[in-house]
Design a binder for this molecule. Structure first.
Ligand SMILES: [Zn+2]
Length: 477
């Protein structure tokens, strides 16, 4: 008597590894030992689990209790093992049937009161469980819709440990208080994201749903830049917009995701997994279906750009822009180190974050838009000096964007200041997003047809091929 097992999932980047949680009860002095848990968060798990079990009305076993997570070699971080640990303990104590939890994958953090809190990374965790052959997962109620994106598994969303115990013992399931809203979205990262993230920017809906997205027709003038935007979207080319402040560079960049085609199902799942690990999926919209847009500020740190942080590493801007658009406004103002860090994802489509327990690899294949002022004051023009910046200062300023970075940018456009007649609409309103998006889609379909039957595919699929110029080996689509 006194042994039970349940499963959970450890996250390494956006990949999950199923972890077995074993609980063993032996006669002896009451004690609770956790093994296989290097991370500090996990050690705290012990106190949370004990309080949650007691506050859920179950008796805490007054015996020598040992809980182990295996395999030990998998780096484990995060608080989401709580639910599986609690289930294994309850199984060992025969509060619930050990057989009923043996093939369950449980993911969720416990509050001291026994409530189950939402956690980051549900989608990749459930994908991993499904791939390992598990067919039943238990997740925080707020995350049930996200877990349900994986059709192979049956999902049980629970609001509290009390509810889980009731389900496992065939007792009536008690009502719970509404969730306390902890966990997501992370306000620090939320500001980075516009489309698809539902953060009150008005950009969250699909282009098909109505006029609630930034329209390319709103951009006054800028015929050359608009054309470049379309070419960038069609061919998956990185773009450099050089021009004075107020010329509309940001407006142009913001409109790029909306002329890109919607994400394929596979790309949607990839992007959603990254955003899930970042903790920025908007409640009620579990699947990201539009190419994301991420515009980090030029004061961005290395970590916010490439990812990192304690516990489960948070994806940085380059990963949040995966399969979408990364916009670096005032690119020359970013630190040289940060700009240099872009070279790896531009080459390989992923970033590697070094951790104490090994390296974590996160996807980061994006379409990059750089924007810069021509000089520190911004008024310098190609035709002649519109400003008083000394030419040496101008040269130094422009040299801050390193050669290796600009070498990967196919399209460089001088964005001219907006003229009075443009603002007054004398040149007529430009084409809207929808018309341009249609042409982009057609161009990509033509490219796909051209590559059909070859091992190559076009660079179109939101983010271009690794290497400067060659097609990428792919699925032959
Ligand atoms: Zn100047």
């Amino acid at each position: 008597m006194g042994f039970a097992r349940a499963c959970s999932v450890a996250l390494v980047g956006v990949d999950g590894v199923v972890v077995e949680v074993q609980a063993d009860l032996e006669p002896g002095v009451a004690a609770f030992t956790l093994v296989g848990l290097p991370d500090k968060t996990l050690v705290e798990s012990r106190d949370r689990v004990r309080a949650a079990v007691v506050n859920s009305g179950a008796a805490w076993p007054q015996k020598k209790l040992t809980v182990g997570l295996s395999p030990a070699s998998v780096p484990k971080a995060g608080a989401h093992f709580d639910l599986a640990v609690a289930a294994a303990v309850l199984g060992a104590a025969e509060v619930v049937d050990p057989d009923a939890i043996a093939d369950l994958v449980l993911i969720g953090e416990l509050g001291l009161d026994g409530r189950v809190r939402p956690v980051r990374g549900i989608l990749p965790a459930v994908v991993a469980a499904a791939e390992a052959g598990y067919r039943q997962v238990v997740v925080p109620r707020q995350c049930a819709a996200e877990a349900a994106l994986v059709p192979e598994v049956a999902v049980l969303g629970v609001g509290s440990l009390r509810q889980l115990i009731a389900v496992l013992t065939d007792a009536p399931v008690p009502e719970e208080d509404p969730p306390d809203g902890e966990g997501r979205p992370d306000p620090m990262l939320a500001g980075l994201l516009l489309p698809g993230a539902g953060l009150g920017t008005g950009l969250a809906r699909g282009a098909e749903d109505g006029p609630d997205f930034p329209d390319l027709g709103d951009v006054a003038g800028q015929h050359g830049a608009r054309r470049a935007l379309e070419v960038a979207a069609s061919g998956g080319h990185h773009l450099f917009l050089n021009g004075p402040p107020g010329a509309g560079k940001t407006m142009l960049a913001e409109r790029l995701p909306w002329i890109l085609p919607p994400l394929t199902r596979q790309d949607s799942l990839e992007v959603t997994a990254v955003h899930s690990v970042a903790g920025i999926l908007p409640p009620g919209e579990p699947l990201v279906s539009r190419p994301p847009y991420c515009a980090p500020h030029h004061s961005a740190t290395m970590q916010s750009l490439v990812g990192g942080g304690a516990g489960i590493p948070r994806p940085g801007a380059v990963s949040l822009a995966h399969r979408g658009v990364l916009f670096l406004d005032e690119a020359a103002e970013f630190s040289a180190k940060v700009l240099d860090a872009l070279r790896q994802p531009l080459e390989s489509g992923h970033v590697v974050i070094a951790r104490a327990a090994g390296v974590v690899r996160l996807p980061a294949r994006f379409l990059m838009v750089l924007a810069a002022n021509p000089c520190p004051c911004g008024r310098h023009t190609l035709q002649g000096s519109g400003c008083d910046c000394p030419s040496s200062v101008i040269r130094r300023y422009q040299a801050r964007l390193s050669g290796p970075l600009l070498d990967r940018v196919d399209l460089r456009v001088e964005v001219e200041p907006v003229t009075r007649s443009d603002l007054l609409g004398r040149g007529g309103r430009g084409e809207g997003t929808r018309a341009v998006a249609d042409r982009v889609r057609e161009a990509r379909e033509r490219a796909a047809a051209r590559y059909a039957g070859t091992p190559w595919r076009g660079r179109g699929s939101a983010g271009r091929a690794p290497g400067a110029g060659g097609p990428v080996r792919g699925s032959g689509r």
